[in-house]
Design a protein around this ligand. Structure first.
Ligand code: UN1
Length: 516
């Protein structure tokens, strides 16, 4: 491990392949602070498809040697990353806040997730266990080994611009893989700082490559690299639409990607629930990060007997919530990540106005807290700030019921029987996270068994995954792969079996010689 000072961010950011910086391009992409859209944080040169292939080739070259480094030593390198990130935690957190407008308190939590992930995997370097397995035959022993897959291309979104990449990159490196990482270009400054810190930890050149590129160039480059056989695994966190394209592409090359996609995460509030904490959890998971987590709350399904009581609690909390400068420690959320996210979100607001009776901020009609047509808060500093919206009476056929909005909207509906709530919760066809607020263990277990989701919370928020529990979804939320903890190793290693016969004679398998 070398220098532990905070990484300086160049004003012009470029891709790095095998330790070499790629040339600048003519029209760099401006990375803008969404809390002050006049402020350009850096200009990013977006590489073309050839760079994506070139990076994969460089990774292929470097990987073999890296795989021969003993796993406990690779674990030590992961430990170095942990230390470097810890020493630069505040600078990295501030960079996250500036890049995407995530409130600083959340940004610090996000950076802590990198450290937690490293702490888990530094020790895994000393385990990375295989099995010893008994054979059907005498004088024969079977074993299993985890081998690295080879080269992994990791494509990540900008809402968790450093924690989620670490969920892929740290275990991939630990297991002996080389990586090509394509971060979100609009989160270029914090991804640069992340890459810089990782590079100083003792990772050989070519083992971790950074490619800034547009989605289309990445897609074309990936297609070529898969065709050439220089990419062995693709990891993608982002929208279900793009995930499905990546799935198709990988399928054509006989590969199974790890896809972590969107969510329409439901919360059920039963008649016997603690309504105060349930409302607090709805506020946090629906509006935290401006609803821009894949684990954000989509729709809250409330038992009809407590519907009004719950709504008035949530409404009160929402009115008290401060939306604004993400540098402050008391805001519930800051701006939308960038204009693209804001535009998409506005599409949902307009849809609500066209399809629902809007009664403004009276809290008595379908929409409480704000009139969505006036969703934009018009901050004097021109940040992309939006009012929180609670849409009560959301209908199962509504687009805001079935689609991820990725913005500060909470849908609300009521139910009579738990079976009905479970059916409604499953209806959108995602399957990432969900929650139930209840004091009845029977309801909790019935919900857990009936819900199609990778992650279930009882009396807690839909968001807030921990770094050592399996993370991932089913259905429209992904293809069943899990990140985090021991489970992610199944993405970045392939099992190899070894059967060793020491009998001295040829023992023929599957020859039926009758009962023993
Ligand atoms: C994501 O939004 O892509 O569960 C991941 C959470 C986070 C991870 C979200 N720790 O809220």
């Amino acid at each position: 491990m070398s220098d532990s000072s905070a990484p300086a961010t160049p004003a012009d950011l470029r891709s790095v392949v095998a330790g070499a910086t790629l040339p600048a391009t003519a029209e760099p992409f401006p990375c803008v602070n969404p809390a002050r859209t006049q402020e350009v944080l850096a200009r990013v040169s977006l590489a073309d498809r050839d760079a994506v292939v070139q990076a994969a080739r460089a990774a292929r070259q470097a990987q073999e040697k890296w795989a021969r480094v003993p796993a406990p030593v690779r674990g030590q390198v992961i430990g170095n990353i942990s230390e470097l990130v810890r020493r630069n935690k505040e600078e990295l957190s501030q960079a996250v806040t500036r890049d995407i407008g995530k409130p600083i308190v959340e940004a610090r939590g996000e950076v802590q997730e990198i450290i937690d992930t490293c702490e888990y995997f530094r020790g895994e370097g000393r385990r990375l266990y295989g099995h010893t397995v008994p054979s059907e035959m005498p004088d024969k022993q079977l074993f299993t080994f985890r081998n690295p897959v080879g080269v992994a291309t990791i494509i990540t979104a900008g809402n968790f611009p450093v924690a989620v990449p670490s969920w892929y990159i740290v275990p991939a490196l630990l297991a002996g893989n080389a990586v090509v990482w394509k971060p979100a270009e609009y989160a270029a400054v914090c991804s640069w700082a992340f890459y810089e810190l990782f590079s100083r930890a003792g990772i050989p050149e070519g083992v971790l490559n950074l490619v800034y590129a547009s989605g289309e160039e990445t897609f074309a480059g990936l297609d070529a690299a898969l065709g050439e056989g220089v990419v062995d695994k693709v990891g993608f966190t982002g929208s279900s639409v793009v995930g499905s394209r990546i799935g198709e592409l990988c399928g054509r090359h006989l590969q199974t990607p790890c896809l972590e996609l969107g969510g329409k995460n439901p919360m059920v509030v039963t008649a016997d629930a603690d309504l105060d904490t349930a409302a607090e959890a709805a506020l946090f998971s629906g509006f935290g990060t401006a609803g821009q987590r894949c684990t954000s709350l989509g729709t809250v399904l409330v038992h009809e007997s407590v519907h009004d009581a719950f709504r008035s609690r949530l409404d009160t909390l929402t009115r008290q919530a401060t939306v604004g400068d993400p540098g402050r420690t008391d805001v519930v959320y800051g701006p939308m990540i960038n204009e693209r996210f804001a535009d998409r979100y506005e599409g949902f607001l307009n849809w609500i106005c066209d399809h629902h009776r809007v009664l403004g901020s009276t809290a008595t009609g379908r929409i409480t807290s704000a009139n969505p047509r006036e969703g934009f808060m018009g901050d004097p500093e021109a940040g992309l700030y939006y009012h929180p919206v609670i849409l009560d009476g959301v209908r199962p056929e509504d687009k805001v019921f079935t689609e991820e909005t990725f913005g500060p909207i909470i849908g609300m509906a009521s139910y009579r029987h738990l079976e009905e709530a479970i059916e409604l919760a499953n209806r959108p066809g995602y399957g990432l996270s969900c929650a139930i607020y209840t004091n009845d263990p029977r309801s909790a277990f019935t919900f857990r068994a009936g819900i199609n989701a990778g992650m279930v919370s009882v009396n807690n928020s839909t968001s807030g995954a921990e770094a050592h529990l399996p993370f991932g979804g089913n259905g429209r939320s992904g293809n069943g792969g899990r990140l985090s903890g021991i489970w992610v190793l199944d993405q970045f290693t392939r099992w190899q079996s070894l059967n060793w016969d020491y009998s001295g004679s040829l023992q023929k398998a599957q020859m039926d010689v009758g009962e023993v």
